[in-house]
Design a protein around this ligand. Sequence first.
Ligand code: URA
Length: 225
Amino acid sequence: MINNNFINKYLRQTQDIYGDKLFLKINKVSNDANIVENSLDEFYHSINMCQKCQLGNSRKNFVFGIGDKNADLLLVGEAPGEKEDLEGVPFVGRAGKLLDKMLASIKLDRTKVYISNVVNYRPPENRRPTEEEIERYLPYLKSHIEIIDPEILLLLGSTALNTLIGNDVVISKARGKWIQKEIGAAKPWIIASFHPAFLMRQPEQKKLAWIDLKMIRDKSKILKL
Ligand code: URA
């Protein structure tokens, strides 16, 4: 349940990250009674106005999140690629097609989960986001997780893993293990797995990703989701 304190914190973080002009715009929107219900939608539309973030300079679209806002499973990738930037939707390129297959293998699809990224703009040349960029977006990512408040958080790849769990872990060792961690007001069960783009480059690792997917399927049953 999203309360007013949460919305105020969310708006303050938005001001820090995206600047005063946008903050005023969103703050105005927040006076609308629908802000709680529609906070993600409102934020998405408002953020398209953002001119402050450098990553935003080369963007075509702000790539926010997609899926069921009430989902039990939230997936976090790294950053939008070219196709995502064109369409403004996460994971719609080749990696996204593989992600769809991975979800289908445990009888899920993108209407039943929620998907976002560590950063919401495509870094030029599809480079990995810098530490500075990741830091800049982290409060926002945390707010996003708080809003969705998932039971299970799937971190796709090392950028998502290192951003939310720390830089002292490596994906090859950390994947396939459950940890429960507070992220703001949320306390999801967290599991990391390989990023679909990595699996396309190293298909022999898909068997490990399959183990991780089955762990999610089994955890969902245990949690009666
Ligand atoms: N890779 C990601 O990490 N995120 C996307 O949205 C697309 C590709």
